[in-house]
Design a protein around this ligand. Sequence first.
Ligand SMILES: Cc1ncc(COP(=O)(O)O)c(C=O)c1O
Length: 503
Amino acid sequence: MQQLAFDTPLIFDLGQRGRANKYLPSAPPPDEFLPADMLRADLPLPDNTELDVNRHFTRLSQKTFAIDLGFYPLGSCTMKYNPRINDAMANLPALRNLHPFAPDELAQGALAIMWELERSLASLFGMAAFSLNPAAGAHAELTALLIAKAYFKKIGAAATRRTVIVPDTAHGTNPASAAMVGYRVVSLKSDSRGRVSVDEIKAAIGPDTAVCMMTNPNTLGLFEDHIKEIADAVHAAGGLMYYDGANANALMGNARPGDMGFDLMHLNLHKTFSIPHGGGGAGAGPVGVAEHLVPFLPTPVVRCNESAGAGGWEPSEGKTFGLDFDRPDAIGSMRSFWSNFAHMVRALAYVYANGFAGLTMVSKLAVLNANYIRASINDIIDTPYDENCRHEFVASAQALKRETGVRALDIGKALLDRGYHAPTVYFPLLVPECLMIEPTETESKETLDAFIADFRAIIATARIAPEAIMEAPVNTVVGRIDETRAARHPDLRWHPPTAAAAG
Ligand SMILES: Cc1ncc(COP(=O)(O)O)c(C=O)c1O
């Protein structure tokens, strides 16, 4: 690549060929850096007033959907309300302006926040310690499996412990993370109750088992009721239990993975702990470990100079903190600097706004809301595994499709027309024509009732005029698109308005 002059701005103005840009006098021509087919046609940048630009972006922001605009029952993604107090805290100038290279002595408040969050998570989930390093659920899975690998290496078992067991109800990131760490994935079929079969898992466990990854409640919204038995069997074979805590909104404060026998776990702070996330991920994915895995946590670890560190939550008043990099067994660092610090502030604000008792109630209400919707629509649409769910449930449009041609996708599109975000569709894969609904605890009964009424109206319409549902959405900014084509051949260029469109 061409060497840039010292004063060359690191921004290439792709529009400058049409007009001189006095701010970028020495920017190299873009053609040398970008493939020819990615270059914009020879268009001058429009001259716009600040107000026009403002309007443009405001208009764009209104073309999307957000939790602040309407109900967002996107199963598996826990799209709850993100309280404004979280952002107010993250935006405090003393935190926002802190330099990532600030020495520990000048960053005591920020380190105290990280430590208190870490202690809170450890207490709530029954783990010995957490790393706040990873930036997402998938990144956390990778981190945890690297920790497992380092552990097996340390005890001289890395060569034999080569497989990771993953049930078919798991999120796709589980097998992907295991494969990235070099493990062979053993996939387990769930039983007729939508859970891991204890017999199957016992048959799959062997001397080569490194880790068994479990999501609990699983992606069907069902609690794995034999979890202790499974954990005992994995441990007896010398393996480790991993808890995918992306669904922690279902049990936070009510049950602790540490008590169920898990050695490693992750949380999606951007779900359970009310941090903004677009369309499902990402943000912050702390990894928790049991005592024997603490030495392998990524660096840096926030060290409290006055605490034994093994107990539960403690106040930080009167204590001093440092970032500990000197950890010989650590797997290294998974993210630069302090990772996503602003999200840690948001999560701790959420913990303190609710208190541990409040967080326990959060989960109870999330479960109640999901069951309320399920029980209010299961007479008009199949809900396989028909029993009380946890924070979410799956419905299947398979029978409806057979009778009317209306698919899960069409129901999702019809919901868009009525001002809702669509539920997750076609996941998990084991339920045909699946709709996965997760209301979260932050919705009012009025909102749930309105959703139920609209859902019922859509199914009723599907039975008498299916084509009306198949044409949806008709009230949204963008109508029905060819999603496969949009994903495979995205058109990301700006097209100037044509004369016909302008007229
Ligand atoms: C059960 C489960 N595990 C893992 C993930 C991955 O999390 P992230 O999107 O933060 O990478 C998700 C995300 O939806 C999930 O639902």
